[in-house]
Ligand binder design. Structure first.
Ligand SMILES: [Zn+2]
Ligand SMILES: [Zn+2]
Length: 116
């Protein structure tokens, strides 16, 4: 388990039917993720292949945008299960921080971070 408060989620909110998931971090940062971003950047090998390059894949249909379940994985990640049955994406907290869509995180000097 990491001690870095930037990589520790203290609260996760994903209301049923909503197309967004919120994460509060231990350093006080709050992230809001449209599900298009979460699903489009699913980190599993099936979605991303093995090239090491993270690519955005436009979700196809409502079932790919609705979360069925969120499961903590080993204190360092979240496993997301989608309504279409896709459940192989393990989103590390580090990865989720990189996906943060807020204005501060999205500033250009962040470099080539994933972006929708
Ligand atoms: Zn995937
Ligand atoms: Zn942010």
């Amino acid at each position: 388990m990491t001690r870095d408060p930037r990589l520790k989620a203290v609260a996760i909110r994903s209301p049923r039917g909503a197309r967004t998931t919120e994460i509060d971090w231990a350093d006080g940062h709050k992230s809001l993720y449209p599900h298009t971003v979460l699903r489009g950047y699913c980190p599993c090998a099936g979605c991303q292949g093995h090239t090491g390059e993270i690519a955005f894949h436009e979700p196809a249909g409502d079932a790919q945008l609705e979360l069925d379940d969120i499961e903590p994985v080993g204190g360092y990640a979240l496993g997301l299960k989608w309504f279409d049955g896709h459940a192989s994406g393990i989103y590390s907290f580090r990865y989720l921080r990189e996906l943060c869509q807020c204005a501060a995180c999205a500033s250009p000097d962040r470099g080539n971070r994933p972006r929708a």
